[in-house]
Design a protein around this ligand. Structure first.
Ligand code: BES
Ligand code: MN
Ligand code: ZN
Length: 501
């Protein structure tokens, strides 16, 4: 779907479908919807009066102007209550509307920007949310069938606005939305892609494409690279892998070291069987999502590159499977990570922290101002906060914690602060090594976090996104029709944009 902006009067523009909106409990529509109502001789007011339209969030009503306006149909999207209306409401309204337009097999959709008029939201932000909601609401996972499903494609979306003063901000919002949506879509498709296709090598190929397209510096390390860098912890996991592991680094503004340096580190376990500490049959089913952290970093790097953010951003993705092999690592093994710390293996299923340990050590070489890791790390994070609700946030820095929390609230990719208490550190003490790799499921989310902390010597935050990578169908947003969320891309982008704000 192409997106354009047209500075025209709504009643003069022409397309097959027009989207306007309505707040809950409005008797007489005003603004753009009011103008359309007038042109339709009060048809929207009539829908409201007889209860056929209420403006409730999620509602989409259709009207046929029959020549009274240069559109075949008008869709009236409910915005819900005006009080508390925000960008989440905008994204959802846009998503519901485009899904209706899709069912009507619309080709060219004209829309107003939701929330920027009567709603009173910032024009650039409302535009970004309208475009994000539209494009993400129209994004589903493409099934791999012998006969590919025919899916109707809407060709064009035009944002129509008569006020010249708003156009520049709308252009800014549209540009941002394009970059963000491409990153989110990339992450979603990687997360939900099958583990025999989304292998570490595939991840490396995707990174290479991004590097080629946007001129990023790239490093793709194989097993030898990992040996050279003494990445014993990552290699231990990779020891049982069928598909070869890859250590992937993408770098934006590699030559501008005076810019603030932010490293993003993502867990890239392309499939997690648990290894010898084998998962149950059911526990393994969704473990293709275990590279959700790396997917978020990949998507964010693409977005950052397209937006050309004035930051030095390094994306580090340790990618390997965690499968089963006679030569795989085993419980009781003692492994030496790249910073020399020794790890007694309790569970080969606590593999994510092993892969991340060496990646976090590697991040040090960039002398980063901030390092953020994202990982589908523990089932305990899901138990603590629920699935599809919020990621668990751990940080050694109050300011970073606050910034990530704000970015999470602004994007509705929420994070909730958790403690790094000493008790967790005691829980992973080993009688035979510097630490053990698992404190047991009970203390799970905190012990995993303090394990990672042992490999950091910088300002750091850890996001346990185990509950967030896949869409929770029970309470998914309208712009989350895809089976994977792409969680982290919008959050990280908002956080990074905020650094220079
Ligand atoms: N990849 C899993 C965590 C996970 C669980 C992700 C559910 C997504 C949904 C991770 O590698 C794992 O197996 N964690 C163990 C840790 C335990 C062995 C300490 C867990 O949570 O049970
Ligand atoms: Mn595991
Ligand atoms: Zn895992």
């Amino acid at each position: 779907m192409k997106v354009q902006i047209s500075q025209t009067n709504l009643t003069e523009f022409s397309a097959d479908t027009l989207i306007v909106n309505l707040f809950d409990d409005v008797k007489t529509p005003s603004g753009a919807t009011g103008a359309v109502d007038k042109a339709l001789d009060g048809a929207i007011s009539e829908l409201i009066a007889n209860g056929d339209a209420t403006g409730k969030a999620g509602e989409v009503r259709v009207l046929y102007p029959r020549g009274a306006l240069p559109y075949q149909r008008v869709l009236v999207a409910g915005l819900g209550k005006r009080a508390g209306f925000d960008l989440l409401g905008v994204r959802n309204a846009a998503a519901h509307a485009i899904q209706a337009a899709q069912q009507y097999k619309a080709q060219h959709v004209a829309t107003i920007v939701h929330g920027a008029g009567v709603g009173g939201l910032d024009v650039a932000a409302a535009t970004q949310a309208t475009v994000e909601g539209t494009l993400l609401g129209d994004h589903v996972y493409e099934k791999q069938l012998q006969k590919p499903q025919e899916r109707h494609e809407i060709e064009q979306l035009t944002l129509v606005e008569s006020d010249e003063q708003k156009i520049a901000a709308m252009e800014q919002g549209t540009t941002a939305a394009h970059a963000v949506v491409a990153g989110v879509k990339l992450a979603r498709d990687l997360v939900f892609g099958p583990p025999n296709i989304v292998t570490p090598e595939h991840m490396a190929n995707v990174a290479q494409q991004i590097a080629d397209e946007f001129g990023l510096a790239i490093t793709i390390g194989d097993r030898d690279f990992m040996r050279e860098h003494k990445m014993g912890a990552l290699l231990a996991v990779a020891q049982a892998a069928g598909f070869d592991p890859r250590f992937i680094v993408l770098e934006h503004n590699a030559d501008k070291k005076d810019l603030p340096t932010i490293a993003l580190v993502g867990k890239g376990i392309t499939f997690d069987t648990g290894g010898l500490s084998l998962k149950s049959r059911d526990g393994m089913i969704l473990m293709k999502c275990d590279m959700g952290g790396a997917a978020a970093v990949m998507g964010a790097m693409r977005t950052v590159a397209e937006l050309d953010l004035p930051l030095h951003v390094v994306g580090i993705m340790p990618c390997t499977e965690n499968t089963v092999d006679a030569l795989g690592y085993r419980p009781s093994d003692i492994i030496t990570a790249s910073n020399g710390k020794t790890i007694e293996i309790i569970s080969t299923d606590a593999e994510g922290r092993m892969a991340l340990a060496d990646a976090l050590v590697y991040a040090q070489r960039y002398d980063p101002d901030v390092v953020i890791d994202l990982a589908t790390l523990t089932g305990a994070a899901v138990t603590a906060l629920g699935s599809g609700v919020a990621a668990a946030l751990f940080s050694n820095d109050d300011d970073l914690r606050d910034r990530l929390t704000s970015a999470g609230n602004a994007t509705h990719e929420r994070v909730w602060p958790m403690p790094l208490y000493d008790e967790y550190r005691k829980t992973i003490e080993s009688p035979v090594a510097d630490m053990i790799n698992s404190g047991g499921a009970g203390n799970g989310v905190g012990t995993a976090a303090v394990f990672l902390e042992a490999f950091t010597d910088y300002t750091w935050a850890h996001l346990d996104i185990a509950g967030m990578a896949l869409t929770n169908k029970k309470h998914a947003q309208a712009y989350q029709k895809h089976d994977a969320t792409g969680f982290g891309v919008r959050l990280l982008t908002a956080y990074l944009q905020g650094i220079n704000a």
